[in-house]
Design a protein around this ligand. Structure first.
Ligand code: MLT
Length: 241
C-alpha cells in the first residue's frame, strides 16, 4: 500500500528516500501560499533563488524580484512575500525570481523527488484531488523556521492526511500526530495557530491580513510544480497517472 509521511523540517529530509515519492512542500506563512497565489494569478514561472544578491541579478535580467528575509521585504526588491503583493501587481505571464527565508530552501532540498509540488490551504482541494490518485508514496515537507519545526506547516500537513482518509498507510507516527492535531484544530484554524512563533512575528509586523488569507481554503484550483528551479502551473501532461 502506498505510504504518506511528513518531514517536519528540511534538515530532516536525509531520513527519507525521495526518489520514489512525490514531495509536497508546505510553507503556509507564507511562501507556498504566495506561490499558489502568484501561479493562480497567471505568473508564467517562479524561479527559485538562494541568495538576495542572485535575485537582484535576475531583476537586472527582467525578472520581478520578490522575497523576504525574516518576513520583511528585501530592500531593492519589487515585491515582498505577501500574497497581497502578488494579487495587487501586474504579474500575468511574467517571470518572478523568488528567495525566502525557509520556503525556497525547502523546495530546493526536495528536488530529488519524483515530483515536487507546493501545498497550501489556498489550493487544498486541487492538491488532494491529485495526490489521492497518485500510484506512489507522498512526502509532505514542512518548511519550518530555520530548521526548526513550526506549527502551521504541521497543521496543514495534518489537514492533507485528514483529507486523504485511509488511502495511504502512515510511514511513521508523524502523520498520526499531525492528523490528530488537525482534527482538534479544524473548526478554528486561526485560534489553533495564534501561538505560533511566525504568527507572532507577522502580527508584530502588522501582517494579520496575510495570516487570515493564508488560512483560507480553496481560493485557487492550481497546483504549482517545480521543474528544475522553476515553478509553473501543473499541466495535464505533468500528471503521473
Ligand atoms: C519563509 O520562507 O519562511 C516564509 O515565507 C517567510 C515569510 O514570508 O514570512
Amino acid at each position: 500500500m502506498k505510504k504518506i509521511d511528513i518531514c517536519l523540517s528540511p534538515d530532516l529530509i536525509h531520513q527519507f528516500d525521495l526518489h520514489e515519492s512525490v514531495a509536497v512542500v508546505i510553507d503556509i506563512l507564507r511562501a507556498s501560499s504566495t506561490i499558489t497565489t502568484a501561479i493562480g494569478h497567471g505568473a508564467e514561472a517562479i524561479r527559485l533563488v538562494e541568495t538576495v544578491a542572485e535575485c537582484k541579478v535576475f531583476k537586472e535580467e527582467g525578472y520581478i524580484a520578490a522575497g523576504e528575509r525574516d518576513g520583511k521585504k528585501v530592500r531593492g526588491f519589487d515585491l515582498g512575500n505577501s500574497p497581497y503583493d502578488f494579487i495587487n501587481s501586474e504579474i500575468e505571464d511574467k517571470k518572478i525570481a523568488l528567495t525566502t527565508t525557509n520556503g525556497t530552501n525547502a523546495l530546493m532540498k526536495a528536488k530529488g523527488a519524483l515530483q515536487v509540488l507546493t501545498g497550501s490551504f489556498l489550493n487544498y482541494t486541487a492538491l488532494l484531488s491529485y495526490i489521492e490518485k497518485l500510484p506512489c508514496d507522498v512526502l509532505l515537507v514542512c518548511a519550518g523556521w530555520k530548521g526548526k519545526v513550526n506549527l502551521e506547516d504541521t497543521l496543514f500537513a495534518g489537514a492533507v492526511v485528514y483529507g486523504l482518509k485511509q488511502l495511504f498507510e502512515y510511514g511513521s507516527d508523524v502523520p498520526l500526530m499531525a492528523v490528530n492535531y488537525y482534527k482538534q484544530a479544524k473548526d478554528n484554524l486561526k485560534l489553533a495557530v495564534e501561538g505560533s512563533s511566525h504568527v507572532q512575528r507577522l502580527m508584530g509586523m502588522g501582517m494579520e491580513r496575510d495570516i487570515d488569507y493564508c488560512l483560507k481554503f480553496d481560493e485557487y484550483k492550481v497546483i504549482p510544480i517545480l521543474k528544475g528551479l522553476n515553478i509553473t502551473k501543473m499541466k495535464l501532461s505533468d500528471m503521473l497517472f
